[in-house]
Design a protein. Structure first.
Length: 91
């Protein structure tokens, strides 16, 4: 399994989850786990654990595609390999 952590930050609005999950589906990226919250009434925060193993695109291409999607829609989307995410957050 080729897992990655996807983070999304945005001003809350309708359709953010649909926008991101639709693009992941188009890229053949499977969502393994998802959590989201709205902080201070208008800051949308979402974390996903995804599996990019079935995607025909490289990790870098998936990462860049999601970054551009975020840029086009005024949201921050960041994809990191799970092992890098884990290493960054070890105490």
């Amino acid at each position: 399994m080729n897992k990655a952590v996807l983070t999304v930050l945005a001003k809350d609005r309708v359709g953010i989850i649909a926008l991101v999950s639709t693009r992941l589906s188009q890229l053949d990226v499977n969502i393994l786990d998802i959590t989201q919250t709205v902080m201070d009434e208008d800051v949308f925060v979402m974390l996903m654990l995804v599996d990019i193993n079935l995607s025909k695109a490289s990790f870098h291409d998936v990462q860049e595609n999601l970054r551009k999607l975020g840029e086009e829609n005024g949201i921050s989307i960041r994809l990191q390999r799970e092992e890098i995410f884990d290493a960054m957050h070890k105490i």
